[in-house]
Design a binder for this molecule. Sequence first.
Ligand code: IPM
Ligand code: MN
Length: 366
Amino acid sequence: MEKVFKIAVLKGDGIGPEVVDAALKVLDKVAELFNVKFEYKEGLIGGIAIDETGDPLPEETLKLCLESDAVLLGAVGGPKWDNLPQDKKPERGLLRIRKALNLYANLRPVKVFDALLGSSPLKPEVAKGTDLMVVRELVSGIYYGEPRGIYEEDGKRCGRNTMKYCEDEIARVARKAFEIARKRRKKLTSVDKANVLDVSALWREVVNEIAKEYPDVELEHLYVDNAAMQLVRRPSTFDVIVTGNIFGDILSDEAGVIPGSLGMLPSASIGDKYALYEPVHGSAPDIAGQGIANPIATILSVAMMLKYSFNLDKAAELVEKAVEETLNQGYRTADIYSEGTIKVNTQEMTEKIIENLERLYRELSF
Ligand code: IPM
Ligand code: MN
């Protein structure tokens, strides 16, 4: 009997619904070719969930995610909800779902496609060959540490957050990063601020301890300021980068701009039991509803889902190849368009990718 995978589909706001619909079409084709079955169930998250239920992460949505094999998320947020208090904002739905599903490792691959070298803000010879993965700790650190808040001290307003990591939190994300590095080019860069922060000194100590389990992986440590610099000087020399929540937030945006468009970047957030896949780009309210959004980040996110949640490595590889092939054929959405290429909308890009998927499947004869 064919295997059924249950996917919770949270389209969210802005271009979320458009890019998720595109990615589901690709999944449908994968199901057909690889003789598996995907069952989609939709839930509300973000601004639309606030409008309909008053809560950016309704109980029902969380329940749906807990009952699924994987979660596919579009994007959350938009100007309409920007002025709500912190704990009512759409983004809070995202922070809560990460925590509730204990998605402690956030995987953000950054790959520069040769066909798009011209769109990189870096010189082509510097950007060329970049193929790295940021593994960002996602459910702890300064994002969640206590005490936090704005309070009064000596008659003045003060604000504080707490950057705290316990050894088990460092060890589990480090292990994930080592495992990933092992399946790639076997190089891991751990990023911290151990010359100043105690929490980083512990981070480095624990990463070194875990490294003993992975003698085949080469480990280096960089301070975060230096890492920020090296990322734009020699991006192609990095393989896997592991770091804490806020350093990872910043460095993954920096790395993410190297391929030229945020519209290309997928992500996976993984714990021991659950996993959530989403494009790195936001809800892009300025182009929402026009059918011109780049679906590639979400399509590559489902490729990650096929690999990390369903162990369908061949299918994942095929989706990635189909995307690359479509770019090589010159098809571009508006965000990556340049003269001499063929401008297409969301639907056309998706159809081209699916066509290539079918053809490559036949040619590669898995
Ligand atoms: C991200 C985003 C989020 C984060 C925001 C929207 C809460 O920037 O996924 O990187 O800071 O984690
Ligand atoms: Mn971010």
